[in-house]
Design a protein around this ligand. Structure first.
Ligand SMILES: *Cc1c(COP(=O)(O)O)cnc(C)c1O
Length: 224
């Protein structure tokens, strides 16, 4: 894998699009992240708090870190001082905790609400009704140290392009609906985080503003 060349290829691909690359560096060493940084990449994604905490001090401080994985309430405090955006928020309880930790750090933290769009069963992500319930909950109005920037979703892991396109299209429609009807002081509907190595082209066609790409840049991951 030529990480710098891969980054440059994504830069070319996205240059005429309203979409940014989040380079997903999970399981990859700090040296690999530095190569991507050298090619101009600044937005990086990790899915584990421990790993993000371990890497962050060893890397340039102008990197914008995105927490893209499921986040436990009791771990928010470890990333609140520096994280740029939290992508997979799927409960009011988590938003309340992010708000609390952001306040402690004198920050406002950008969040995306994760919507369950795949066919596969998963305990993560809100369905349409849960999303609407959250957005109309009175408590949400009081959270001044979070800013809800948009929605995030993951398509079914399948080779069926029509299926994937349908799911991304569903998320885009939902985004359009909430961004028209749910304006609060702490919402700023701008981002749709969808698309990974296997499906980012479809995601961009369907309106993604943030693709989260790992293995196509850094190579396959090896889990021990
Ligand atoms: C790992 C991961 C990605 C990137 O996956 P690739 O297929 O390697 O591009 C994107 N989003 C989330 C939430 C992930 O956990």
């Amino acid at each position: 894998m030529n990480i710098e060349e891969n980054i440059k290829e994504f830069q070319r691909f996205l240059s005429n699009k309203n979409c940014r690359l989040i380079a997903v560096s999970k399981t990859k060493p700090v040296e690999d992240i530095k190569l991507a940084y050298r090619a101009g990449q600044r937005n990086f994604g990790e899915n584990k708090v421990r790993e993000l905490r371990d890497k962050q001090p060893h890397l340039p401080q102008d990197i914008r870190w995105h927490m893209i994985g499921h986040l436990q309430t009791n771990k928010v405090k470890y990333i609140a001082p520096f994280v740029t955006m939290i992508h997979a928020v799927d409960s009011l309880k988590l938003l309340v905790e992010i708000n609390k930790q952001a306040l402690k750090n004198g920050r406002v933290i950008d969040c995306l609400l994760q919507v369950h769009i795949a066919e596969e069963e998963s305990k993560f992500g809100l369905d349409e009704n849960e999303l609407m319930d959250l957005l109309t909950n009175e408590t949400l109005h009081e959270l001044k140290n979070i800013n809800i920037k948009g929605l995030m979703g993951m398509a079914t892991f399948t080779g069926d392009e029509n299926q994937i396109r349908k799911e991304f299209g569903f998320l885009k429609n939902l985004f359009d609906e909430v961004s028209l009807g749910h304006h609060l002081s702490n919402t700023d509907w701008k981002e749709i985080s969808m698309g990974m190595s296997g499906d980012y082209k479809i995601a961009v066609e369907e309106g993604s503003t943030m693709i989260r790409v790992g293995s196509s840049i850094f190579g396959e991951r090896i889990y021990h």
